[in-house]
Write a protein that binds this ligand. Sequence first.
Ligand code: MG
Length: 176
Amino acid sequence: MILGIDIDDTLFDTRKYISICWKEYHDKYGITRYTDSIPSTINTGWDDPDITRFWDLYRDKICGIVEAKKDASISLLKLRSNGFGLKIVTARPLYQRYNTLSSLKRNRIIFDDIIMNAKLKGEACKINGVDLLIDDTQLNLDDAESFGVDTLLFKEHDTWNEVYKKILEINKKRRF
Ligand SMILES: [Mg+2]
């Protein structure tokens, strides 16, 4: 079974850093349409100039400093030894490739392949043979399902230990 795995707020604890940067951005640029807490559309508002400018300004910084969630690294090792294929599927743009690869390496995240610039993830998953997409953004999961890809939501307070067990359960059910 091939897993598609999101980076931000799935493998990495990105929200913590986005929160700090958004507050700075909000105050510095006088953003009036939003409060100083992270907008709910932060990962989906690609048509919103306030959101896209935020990412243009802070993506490098955020991508460079984020840390993996607890047990993400060991869970991927265990998944691989259980025979799962591991494909990273991220909306991060291609120019962030070097930054992204080095932070994955620094956090000891193993994978077989990385698909970048996947803003809605259904098509990318389908083309790359992903069977199950694990992502914290429901919009991505809905898109994946519309392409016939199974999905698992990584909720804000989920741990990798719990998600690891859920993946094994889903795989067991699929085989029968
Ligand atoms: Mg995400």
